[in-house]
Design a protein around this ligand. Structure first.
Ligand code: URA
Length: 240
């Protein structure tokens, strides 16, 4: 790969910053001062140092992002802020969100540059559980738990896969109206799936937050925060 690409992947700096560092003779390849950003390096064999410190190449990177409401789940967008705008320039390169949350939905989103991992998480055959907190305009009907479990007709060719629904205490929203609440765990990821499932039982989703994917939770993060996934978390997700 190109030296400047390697340096960016190691988070030495942005493409223009690393070019500057090469010009300033701060980068060596196998002990020789590197001269050109376009020089080819072997990331698995060459010893590449920045300011005398050896760099470790990471082919794949995995992040957990607490997506705030208001940004779109896309890499670029002509009008709206995207989830990728929440990452600094030196991290963002090559990353994409895994699946999507609606613009008004907040919560847990995985972001990676590992296409195979993305495919694994999204594949309908893996049934990876995703849990959401939903706030609703009306109380759920009495048979809602059973209907979510049986599978719902949400207008697609197939019923939804069995989902777990748990009712939680309603509360009074700051607008003075009662908000009914439920936790729902689904094992697939169709377009607007959760909103369409509640619609199928007569309720409108007024607020939606994804709390977990598999073993991952938002624990300790605020909206807009992100962190690296640990090796254990990545391995556990790959096993699901
Ligand atoms: N289901 C929805 O309806 N919206 C989301 O953002 C995620 C799941």
């Amino acid at each position: 790969m190109r030296l400047d690409k390697f340096l960016c992947a190691c988070r030495v700096g942005t493409r223009s910053e690393v070019k500057k560092y090469i010009k300033q003779k701060l980068v060596t390849v196998n002990g020789q001062t590197a001269l050109k950003p376009e020089d080819k390096v072997d990331e698995t064999a060459d010893i590449i140092c920045f300011r005398g410190k050896q760099l470790q190449y990471e082919a794949y990177r995995y992040y957990l992002l607490y997506k705030p409401a208001g940004c779109v789940t896309a890499v670029t967008d002509a009008t709206h802020k995207t989830v990728m705008d929440l990452f600094p320039d030196d991290i963002r390169g090559g990353l994409s969100p895994v699946g999507r949350l609606d613009r008004d939905t907040e919560g847990l989103l995985i972001v990676t540059n590992d296409g195979e991992f993305t495919h694994h998480i999204l594949s309908p055959s893996h049934h990876i559980p995703k849990t959401y907190l939903a706030e609703l305009d009306y109380a759920l009907p009495e048979d809602a738990v059973a209907r979510f479990k049986e599978g719902l007709d949400i207008g697609d060719d197939e019923l939804t896969l069995p989902a777990e629904l748990e009712l939680i205490e309603p509360y009074i929203h700051e607008n003075g109206y009662v908000r009914h609440r439920a936790l729902v765990t689904i094992h697939e990821g169709r377009y607007h799936q959760v909103k369409r499932m509640f619609h199928a039982v007569g309720c409108k989703v007024l607020y939606l937050k994804r709390l977990s994917i598999g073993n991952l939770t938002l624990c300790g993060l605020d909206p807009g925060d992100f962190r690296r996934l640990t090796e254990q978390e990545i391995a556990a997700l790959k096993e699901l």
